[in-house]
Design a protein around this ligand. Structure first.
Ligand code: ZN
Length: 331
């Protein structure tokens, strides 16, 4: 039994290491919340496909292992271009590509521009009233938007590796939320139309980057209360010894971060909702009930109502309604 638990712990840590942006848990929670923020005209369709959107919220990360073009879509190391580059970088791909070689842009990440590509594709899918494409691009678009909310996705020092804080990436976006999400207030606002989606996604990148110095500084602050032995746990894997942040350290770090991680998660859900809704409007507001072949069933409608009640009361975790924690969504 003990051995089994140890194995599970190793598997869990391995998952955290290979996740790129919110970890699987965070992405699933963001998509579930984003659906609750949608207006009635499209909420039925998105709720009907809730399992798909939650499950496939992580598909872009899964794709990274067999598609070499995938990796740069999840981040932008914006500080590579200068200290204030997050404010001065050209927002449009065309303007950025005039200023910098395309190879350089691709090397250091393209998340805001890829969000714009996905936004166009989702808008077209609505325009063509193609339900499969709508779901496919909604899931992918949501993933990249959520990734842009993670401070460590906006810097060359993405894992704390340049400041001797290795492992910071999965600590911030996976371990901390997985340990503490049940205490978060996750009440994203209702979706709003975005008249300027390009600026909206750059605002997300700028806000993430602004948080980055604290992500590093608070790790150093937390370190003051630990010894190297209590700060890390050491795991032997495939003949190699690896160090991971300990649970106690993650707890202390989370305490110092305060509501930051919860707020980034909540903002992610808001912006995902806003983009989904905006694409529907720009795609000519197709009748989503018709696309589904009728309104959602009475049972589904009732279930949605109950979930939204928990969401409004912030009791989704207490009432065991978080899909990321249910077996099916985790498989
Ligand atoms: Zn990602």
């Amino acid at each position: 039994m003990k051995k089994r638990i140890a194995l599970l712990a190793v598997a869990f840590m391995a998952c955290s290491i290979i996740s790129y942006g919110w970890g699987f848990f965070g992405h699933k929670v963001v998509h579930q919340l984003a659906i609750y923020g949608l207006p009635k005209q499209i909420q039925g369709f998105f709720y009907q496909n809730q399992d798909y959107l939650v499950q496939h919220s992580v598909r872009p990360d899964e794709r990274r292992s067999n598609d070499p073009a995938e990796a740069p879509r999840h981040f932008i190391d914006v500080d590579v271009y200068g200290e204030d580059a997050v404010y001065t970088m050209p927002q449009s791909w065309e303007a950025a590509a005039q200023k910098y070689p395309i190879d350089t842009l691709k090397k250091y990440g393209i998340v805001p521009w890829h969000v714009m590509v996905m936004k166009e594709r989702l808008t077209n899918a609505f325009r063509q009233q193609n339900a499969d494409s709508i779901l496919f691009y909604a899931a992918d678009l949501g993933h990249y938007i959520a990734d842009a909310h993670v401070p460590l996705h906006t810097t060359l020092n993405y894992d704390g590796q340049l400041t001797n804080q290795h492992g910071l990436h999965s600590l911030w976006e996976s371990k901390v939320p997985e340990m503490h999400a049940q205490t978060y207030r996750l009440q994203n606002k209702k979706a709003e139309y975005l008249p300027d989606t390009e600026t909206a996604i750059w605002e997300v990148v700028r806000a993430s980057h602004k948080l980055f110095p604290d992500v590093l500084a608070l790790e150093l602050e937390a370190t003051k209360s630990f010894t190297p032995e209590t700060k890390y746990v050491t795991v032997e894997r495939n003949g190699r010894t690896r160090k991971y942040y300990s649970d106690d350290f993650a707890k202390k770090y989370a305490e110092l971060l305060g509501p930051t991680v919860a707020l980034r998660m909540q903002n992610s859900a808001e912006v995902v909702s806003n983009f989904w809704y905006t694409c529907w409007v720009d795609g000519g507001k197709p009748d989503m009930d018709k696309l589904m072949g009728g309104k959602i069933s009475k049972d589904k409608k009732k279930a949605l109502k109950e979930e939204k009640k928990s969401w409004q009361k912030n009791t989704l975790f207490q009432e065991n309604r978080v899909l990321a924690l249910k077996k099916k969504a985790n498989s």
